[in-house]
Design a protein around this ligand. Structure first.
Ligand code: PLP
Length: 387
């Protein structure tokens, strides 16, 4: 059976360029910390990619620390010593937006009594009035705010939030995992003091990512992983040279394609949305009134459970996700939709369709066929059950 993969926000298929770079880097024998020729060759691979990550974010190469993925980068960054020099006031509070990924909501290292949750507006964006009030309260704050949400694709007003936080003397950390490679951005325009990135969301290998300290010295904080002096002491452990090489190749491919890919993916997403509305005119699209990533469609059909629909689509050869992949399997509705005020009954129907570099019009047609068939059968089953 033909399979159609429409779950790029969970992970993207590896790009050909990234696979080739991983395989080539596997041949680099040396440890990047070794001074001999083999070590220097491995070091060159790592430093080339460091330059690529830096230019993607508009920062200097020394600002980039490689990690095992965005979860580690977020965990490492979100601590009360976040970039705070000896002469600066300490960070006393963490404000975390209610729709953040669990790696920020549960992975930070702040005492819980110092953590506040910033509410979202019904369109999925952070409530900036609430933020301004919160920043007016005593205590220097760090705000953790995504560039774009993994479930709904809603793009956060990061630069506006940064202006509010900075005016109050605070700092902003941006989880740019879903933004990177899809929308062009740079740390200064976002107003982000630091950012996290993940390789596998952009067609690189799983298990690589970066913490980008755009405007702060994150080496002042307590490293999450201690041991050798790799990554200037900020992250111990021999660098995963092959994964880093794949990360770099994926970045290059995304940057080269972005101008054509963004409108192509947007057209594909709108095509998918038309199919959804055609088969289920009562479908609700979440975050529709906010700016969204061009590749993400999150919707629910009233009365239809996401788990049932997702299984029906999977059996018909189409891979989508319900809520975020990390919480799949849980029956609790998405915390993101709950924060947007979506009723639990409707939220339980949330399906996320996300497209990317290998998605085609044929994929949209396959989805349309599978989706309309599933909806027809479910509605017929319900009508028969009601007789
Ligand atoms: N942040 C967001 C918005 C994500 O979507 C993900 C992936 O699910 C992560 C962080 C974690 O990334 P990684 O899988 O590299 O740890």
């Amino acid at each position: 059976m033909t399979r159609t993969y429409l779950d790029y926000n969970a992970t993207a298929p590896i790009r050909r360029e990234a696979r080739a770079a991983v395989i080539a880097a596997m041949e680099a024998t040396g440890n990047p910390s070794s001074v001999h020729a083999e070590g220097r060759a491995a070091r060159r691979i790592v430093e080339d990619v460091r330059g690529g990550v830096a230019s993607l974010c508009g920062v200097a190469a020394r600002c980039v620390t490689f990690a095992s993925g965005a979860t580690e980068a977020v965990n490492a960054a979100l601590n009360p010593r976040f970039g705070v020099g000896p002469k600066e006031s300490p960070i006393e509070r963490l404000i975390v937006a209610a729709g953040e990924h669990p790696c920020a909501l549960h992975g930070h290292r702040f005492p819980l009594s110092t953590v506040e949750m910033a509410p979202l507006c019904p369109d999925g964006r952070i409530d900036l009035d609430w933020l301004a009030d919160a920043c007016g309260r005593p205590g220097r704050a760090l705000l953790a705010l995504q560039g774009a949400n993994n479930e709904t694709g809603v793009v956060q007003p990061v630069s506006e939030a940064a202006a509010i936080v900075h005016a109050a003397g605070g700092l902003l950390f941006c989880d740019a995992v879903q933004l990177a490679g899809r929308v062009s951005f740079n740390a200064a325009a976002l107003g982000a003091d630091a950012l996290a990135l993940s390789a596998h969301k952009i067609g690189g290998p799983k298990g690589a990512g970066a913490l980008v300290a755009a405007n702060v010295d994150l080496s002042l904080g307590e490293p999450l992983i201690r041991g050798g002096g790799q990554e200037r002491g900020a992250r111990a452990g021999t660098e995963s040279v092959a994964s880093i090489a794949g990360f770099g190749a994926a970045i290059r491919a995304c940057v080269a394609d972005m101008a054509e890919e963004a409108p192509r993916l947007l057209a594909l997403r709108e095509h998918l949305a038309d199919h959804v509305r055609g088969a289920a005119p009562d479908a609700v699209i979440f975050g529709e009134s906010a700016p969204r990533l061009p590749n993400t469609l999150c919707f629910a059909v009233p009365g239809i459970e996401a788990a049932t629909l997702m299984i029906a689509l999977d059996l018909a050869g189409v891979a989508v996700s319900s809520g975020s992949a990390c919480s799949s399997g849980k029956v609790t509705p998405s915390h993101v939709l709950a924060a947007m005020g979506v009723a639990p009954d409707l939220a339980r129907g949330a399906i996320r369709v996300s497209v990317g570099w290998a998605s085609t019009d044929r994929d949209a047609e396959h989805f349309a066929e599978a989706f309309s068939g599933a909806i027809r059968r479910m509605r017929a089953g319900r009508a028969a059950g009601a007789v």
